[in-house]
Write a protein that binds this ligand. Structure first.
Ligand SMILES: [Zn+2]
Length: 310
């Protein structure tokens, strides 16, 4: 029998569904994108993924018999073991959907699903900035603040698959309201909406929409107010991470997601805050680094899930 050399990784986002054919060394050989508006419902998703897998295999001139499996990262709560999507955060129509079983019945290959932040973590740990780490905390910064944990060479999922929600650890119980219903979560302080709010309060000049990208551009041009906002983002992140560092004593923290493009603007104050707020030994041990796989991390991590779980 020929070796099964490829896996398909799927990263299900609020706007796009990214699909990639990934080889055993974590390289995306070929990829395509589906729109979530068109393919985001359970039935259309299954049809879309089926077609995408056929297209990817065809464009790589690959027989689907050589496909090791399909891994899928979804933005919500899943039962990874049973392959069931309990609910998705920003996509409607998903309530206890046995997604892995449905796709398996249609495509006749192994299918694995997990939370998207878990798979970014898995990707960075196996092929990115987390390589070689024995204990890893990964944080993704964007509209939401996601997190994942790797211990002893495996993802830590917790009792019901919801571990690693670092974005919803509380920094300030009297702080701003968070999307999860609580107050003062890390996400309510450093999610993109919070960063934009801070920039507005600081009076950062702008034409058109005020976004984190704009704020980063202004800061790089030397705008003092913009630089101060990024400094504050780093401080808040560092303070939130200090508690995690005390709790878990990880050897590495990897920071990814779109907002990490401003890495150089907030990393120094982030590192300083961890050193100041964490206990001495874990604070000195941890290395805080920027993610390396960029916006392919989810697709690569989903493929890693196939190799890890088979
Ligand atoms: Zn929250």
């Amino acid at each position: 029998m020929k070796q099964r050399m490829w896996a398909v990784g799927v990263d299900f986002g609020g706007t796009n569904i990214k699909c990639g054919l990934v080889d055993r060394r974590g390289r995306v050989v070929t990829s395509l994108v589906l729109s979530t508006a068109r393919f985001g419902r359970p039935t259309t998703f299954v049809v879309g993924i089926h077609r995408a897998v056929e297209q990817l295999a065809a464009s790589a001139r690959l027989s689907s018999a050589r496909l090791a499996g399909i891994g899928i990262g979804v933005p919500g709560l899943v039962d990874a073991q049973r392959g069931v999507v309990h609910m998705l955060t920003n996509v409607r129509g998903w309530c206890d959907v046995p997604l892995a079983g449905r796709l398996r019945a249609r495509l006749h290959v192994p299918v694995f699903i997990d939370n998207d932040a878990n798979l970014v973590t898995l990707g960075e740990w196996r092929w990115g900035a987390g390589r070689g780490a024995k204990s890893l905390v990964c944080l993704t910064l964007g509209t939401g603040v996601g997190g994942g944990l790797v211990f002893h060479g495996a993802l830590y999922r917790g009792a019901s698959g919801a571990a690693g929600e670092i974005g919803h650890t509380v920094l300030d119980p009297d702080g701003p309201r968070c999307g999860c219903g609580a107050r003062g979560c890390l996400e309510a302080h450093v999610g993109t909406a919070a960063i934009v709010r801070m920039a507005r309060q600081a009076g950062v000049a702008h034409r058109g929409r005020l976004t984190p990208e704009w704020l980063a551009w202004m800061a790089r041009r030397g705008d003092r107010r913009a630089r101060a906002v990024w400094h504050q983002v780093g401080r808040l992140l560092g303070r939130g991470l200090a508690g995690i560092v005390n709790l878990l004593n990880p050897d590495r923290v990897v920071i990814g997601g779109g907002v990490a493009n401003a890495w150089a603007l907030f990393a120094p104050s982030l590192r300083r805050a961890i050193r100041a707020d964490a206990m001495e030994i874990p604070g000195r041990t941890v290395r805080v680094v920027r993610a390396q796989l960029g916006d392919q991390a989810g697709v690569i991590g989903a493929a890693v899930l196939v190799w890890e779980e088979r």
